[in-house]
Every structure is written in structure tokens, then in C-alpha cells.
Design a protein around this ligand. Structure first.
Ligand SMILES: NC(=O)C1=CN([C@@H]2O[C@H](COP(=O)(O)OP(=O)(O)OC[C@H]3O[C@@H](n4cnc5c(N)ncnc54)[C@H](OP(=O)(O)O)[C@@H]3O)[C@@H](O)[C@H]2O)[C@@H](O)CC1
Ligand SMILES: Nc1ncnc2c1ncn2[C@@H]1O[C@H](COP(=O)(O)OP(=O)(O)O)[C@@H](O)[C@H]1O
Ligand SMILES: [K+]
Length: 476
């Protein structure tokens, strides 16, 4: 599991650590870490360090100080280091002195570097890059190593509102910040260098699951299990207009568990034809017992949809509500009345569905997606999985996790239906609903990656890749 702390938490921890470390020691540790990573990259990509050219982009704070000290350390390995000072009157004084003393050169322009270090702004970043920095960054063609975080990206939300550094590697210090999991596209590969902060850090604000966590949570049948004991998933999805959503959601549930899946709805023939191992009926009432329901994909937003949602809620089992199910709840909040307050609900909105269901409660989806998902989760007493390139999963008790995509191939029609089926299967297996949604999102991304492999992956192929994705997490 990766742990993530807000900039506020990191600053407070740094202050405590600073109070008991010699002046400047923390910055030198951080900078030494940056220099080590940069030297490794130079060796890897150019075969050595001596005579290689590195340019530092230096802002007027601690982040620039880190870059200057890193430049000084790189000079010891005979790297030719040039610094461009963006706020000359506020440049970190000790860093600049050390840099000059080590033979670093201050210049007005980039030169022709083999690698660029972005030390423009770090924890104190607000808003996009300012003009001078943006122009300079716009001319960089060499690989970029960002110090702490890519400048121009908001550290706590990962939001980008204008020009920003797109780093190949980001070197951060002891603690991942939200930007590192919410905006992997701008961070590139994230390396964490230990500067001794760990003992001062509180519980993390967020987590990101890793393969091991997901593999550990996946239910594996034992000798005493039969098709019922592993949890039966019910799927109430699809309509005469959208039978495909039912096929995809049911299929994901079938492939994600070795127990049993029941389907209830209009598309019974299509679903049965495609998944013969599944038991299909026309209505939720006739479906038989399930341990969790999936409701909503392709359901339609008319009276039938309302009746189905009511029937599902009345069953009193954990339920994942997606797509039309969310739209129905937004339009007719009284549908919530059928919910058993003890039965967990997982909502899986994309941005527009989020707006529909959250805005009546005064919750808007701004740049802080984690905060918005948390607020809605609390308000509705439901786990909220907010879809996107970085998917956020928030629980009513405040827990939050982020699951970053490794590409954007998952942004394809029907992909969300597959995710819903995965969540339903994990809910039926008895997993904590927040973890179920997080593990499903993880396997969904992995399946998308396996299916795409550099080319578009329609939802049917993402579905087919589910067994390999599960094998991959279990192997870990
Ligand atoms: N604390 C410690 O012990 C340790 C700290 N460490 C390091 O220090 C970093 C934090 O340093 P910091 O707080 O001095 O500020 P920093 O992020 O460099 O910003 C500098 C100035 O930039 C400006 N600015 C803001 N937004 C901007 C934008 N979009 N585009 C352009 N400029 C912008 C803004 O100035 P303004 O003009 O707004 O007054 C701001 O004050 C941290 O990330 C880590 O690298 C490590 O060494 C470990 C030990
Ligand atoms: N840019 C993106 N990068 C990676 N994944 C994305 C991106 N946009 C959407 N996704 C993922 O694709 C899926 C789309 O779901 P959804 O919008 O419900 O599609 P549909 O309703 O067609 O099934 C979600 O899992 C979401 O997280
Ligand atoms: K930076």
C-alpha cells in the first residue's frame, strides 16, 4: 500500500523534524537524493556523468534550494551544471553559495542540457507556472527530473490550470503527496528519497492500493466452499435499448468470482446466451437470494428503472449503484427510502453523474476531487467511487484511496459497466465496500492495460482480460 500525506501534514512533520536537526541538514539530504537519482539517469541514458550537462531551473524558495544543492553534489561527479535563476533576488542563499563554490555556473538561458532539474516550486506551489517559468519550460526538450513535484501542478489536488512541468521522474522526500497519485501523467515515475520524516508523520490522508493488497483481498475458494458460500452476485442492468450493459456487467461478475451470478432484467436472453453459467430471470423479485446487487447500467431512467432500484434496495444487501441508477437517485431522492440503512451502498459516478447527484446537496466537483468524493460519501452514507484517469474511492468514515490509470485506453464505452460487475462480485464475496471498490478499480485498470497493450481496447476485450488481471495480482 502506498501512503499519501497532504502538504499541510508534510509541512507540520517537517517543522518537527527541522526543530531537532542541524540547520540545512534536511535540505542537503533531500538534494543528495535528487543528485543520486539524476546521476543514475545520466549514467543510464548517456553512459556516464563526467562532462554531461545538467540545467537547473531555480525558483525563489526551498525547492530551488534543493535544486542548487543537488547541482553542487553533481559537480562532485564532474557534471557541467548550469543554473537559471527565476527569482534572482529571492534565490536560496546557502544553496547558491554552495553551488557556486562547487563550480556551478549561473546563466540566463537553458543551454543544451542532457537533463533538466525542475526546482521552480514545490510545496508552496499555487496555480500554474508563471509566464517567465512557463516560457523557459516550454523550450525544454531534454528529460526533466522534478524536485518534490512537477512545478505548475497543484500539490494537494493534482490539478493543472495552465502551463506546468511534465516530468519524466519526480523525486520526493519521505512522503508521497496527493499530486503523486492524482496526476501521474505530470509526475512520471515517482521516486521517494528518505530524509527521515517518517517518525513525524501522522496517519496518511490517502492511500493507493498495490498489487499485493488486491491479491490479498481477493477471495479464494477453500475446500469447504460451494457455489453459494462464496457470495452470489445479482445484476439488475440493461434494457431493451441497452442489452449490452447487462452482458458486460454480468460478464465481469462471472469472471471475477467462482461462485454464482444471477441476472434479473430485460436482457435475460442476451445475457444467458452469452454467459450460460449464469442464472437469469426477468425480475429482481424472481431472482432468488444474492449477497450483493449491481444495479443501474443501461437500466433506463423511467418507471421500470425506479421499480428495479426499489426492489434491489428492498433486498437489504450491499449494492453497487451505477449509471442510470445514479441518475434515478438524483432525480427522485425518495428512492433512497427503500434502502436498508445497514446495507452498504457503493455509487460509481463519472463527473456528470457526480454533478447530478451531488449538486442538490451543495457539493460541487471542483479541482479537489478527493474532497468532493469524501463530502458526498459522508452526505449519502455511501462509498463513492469517482471515475477518471485517477479514480477516487471515498468511504463515509473519511477513508479515501486513489487508483491511478496507467493509460487512458479505459475511456471507452462500456468500460464502466465492466467495473460495476467487478465491484458487485467483490461486494458479494463479503469484502469491505470501500476496499471492494478500490480492488475492483485496480483490477479494472490492470485488465485495461493487458487488453490494450498499445492499441484501443473495447470493453469486451477488457472483460476478457479480467482472469489474467486477477492472476497477476494473486501471483504478487
Ligand atoms: N521545509 C523543509 O525543511 C524542506 C523543504 N524542502 C524543499 O522546499 C520546498 C518548499 O519550499 P518553500 O516552501 O520555500 O517554497 P517553494 O515550494 O520552493 O516555492 C517557492 C516560491 O515559489 C513561488 N510560487 C508559487 N507558485 C508558483 C508558480 N505556480 N509558479 C512560479 N512560482 C510560484 C512562491 O512565491 P511567491 O512569489 O508566491 O511569493 C513560493 O514561495 C519543498 O517542496 C522541498 O523541495 C526540502 O529541502 C526538504 C526540507
Ligand atoms: N482519461 C481516462 N483515463 C483512464 N481511465 C479513464 C479515463 N476516463 C475514464 N476512465 C475510466 O473508464 C471507465 C469509464 O466508465 P463510464 O464513464 O461509466 O463508461 P460507460 O458508462 O460507457 O461504461 C471508468 O472506469 C473510468 O475510470
Ligand atoms: K518542482
Amino acid at each position: 500500500m502506498l501512503e499519501v500525506w497532504t502538504t499541510g501534514q508534510v509541512r507540520a512533520a517537517e517543522d518537527r523534524l527541522l526543530a531537532r536537526t542541524p540547520d540545512g541538514a534536511l535540505m542537503r539530504r533531500a538534494a543528495f537524493g535528487v543528485a543520486t537519482v539524476v546521476a543514475g539517469l545520466l549514467r543510464e541514458h548517456t553512459g556516464g556523468t563526467a562532462g554531461r550537462r545538467v540545467t537547473l531551473l531555480v525558483g525563489g524558495g526551498g525547492n530551488g534550494g534543493d535544486a542548487l544543492w543537488a547541482g553542487a553534489f553533481l559537480r562532485r561527479r564532474s557534471v557541467a551544471v548550469t543554473a537559471v535563476l527565476l527569482s534572482p533576488d529571492r534565490t536560496h542563499a546557502e544553496g547558491l553559495a554552495a553551488f557556486r563554490k562547487a563550480g556551478g555556473r549561473v546563466a540566463g538561458d537553458l543551454g543544451e542540457p542532457d537533463l533538466v532539474i525542475d526546482g521552480i516550486v514545490g510545496l508552496s506551489a499555487r496555480g500554474p507556472l508563471r509566464q517567465a517559468a512557463a516560457e523557459l519550460v516550454g523550450r525544454v526538450t531534454a528529460p526533466i527530473v522534478a524536485v518534490d513535484l512537477p512545478s505548475g501542478v497543484d500539490p494537494d489536488t493534482g490539478a493543472v490550470d495552465g502551463p506546468a512541468v511534465r516530468a519524466d521522474v519526480t523525486v520526493t522526500f519521505s512522503a508521497r503527496k496527493p499530486v503523486h497519485v492524482l496526476n501521474t501523467g505530470h509526475c512520471g515515475e515517482v521516486r521517494v528519497v528518505d530524509i527521515g520524516l517518517a517518525p513525524e508523520l501522522p496517519d496518511p490522508d490517502l492511500i493507493a492500493l498495490e498489487a499485493d493488497d488486491v491479491g490479498w483481498a481477493w477471495r479464494v475458494p477453500g475446500p469447504g466452499d460451494d457455489k453459494y458460500t462464496q457470495g452470489v452476485t445479482g445484476v439488475a442492468a440493461g434494457s431493451s435499448t441497452y442489452p449490452g450493459a447487462a452482458v458486460l456487467s454480468s460478464g465481469a461478475a462471472v469472471l471475477a468470482t467462482s461462485g454464482m451470478v444471477r441476472y434479473a432484467g430485460w436482457a435475460a436472453d442476451e445475457v444467458r446466451g452469452r454467459w450460460p453459467e449464469l442464472v437469469a430471470t426477468g425480475t429482481v423479485e424472481d431472482a432468488g437470494r444474492v449477497q450483493a446487487w449491481v444495479v443501474g447500467p443501461g437500466l433506463g431512467t423511467g418507471q421500470t428503472g425506479r421499480d428495479v432500484l426499489t426492489a434491489v434496495f428492498s433486498d437489504g444487501v450491499p449494492t453497487c449503484v451505477d449509471a442510470d441508477g445514479i441518475t434515478l437517485l438524483a432525480a427522485t431522492p425518495s428512492l433512497w427510502d427503500a434502502r436498508d440503512p445497514d446495507a452498504p451502498v457503493v455509487l460509481t459516478p463519472h463527473d456528470r453523474e457526480f454533478a447530478r447527484i451531488a449538486e442538490p446537496h451543495g457539493i460541487t466537483l471542483g479541482q479537489d476531487r478527493v474532497q468532493a468524493a469524501r463530502a458526498l460519501a459522508k452526505r449519502l452514507d455511501a462509498v463513492v467511487l469517482l471515475k477518471g484517469n485517477a479514480t477516487v474511492v471515498a468511504a463515509p468514515d473519511g477513508r479515501a484511496l486513489v487508483n491511478a490509470a496507467t493509460s487512458s485506453w479505459l475511456a471507452t464505452a462500456g468500460s464502466g459497466d465492466v467495473l460495476t460487475g467487478l465491484i458487485g462480485a467483490l461486494l458479494a464475496s463479503g469484502l469491505d465496500p470501500w476496499l471492494a471498490a478500490g480492488c475492483a478499480a485496480w483490477v479494472h485498470v490492470r485488465a485495461g492495460e493487458l487488453a490494450a497493450d498499445g492499441a484501443p481496447a473495447p470493453a469486451s476485450l477488457i472483460l476478457k482480460a479480467i482472469p489474467d488481471a486477477i492472476r497477476a495480482v494473486r501471483a504478487g
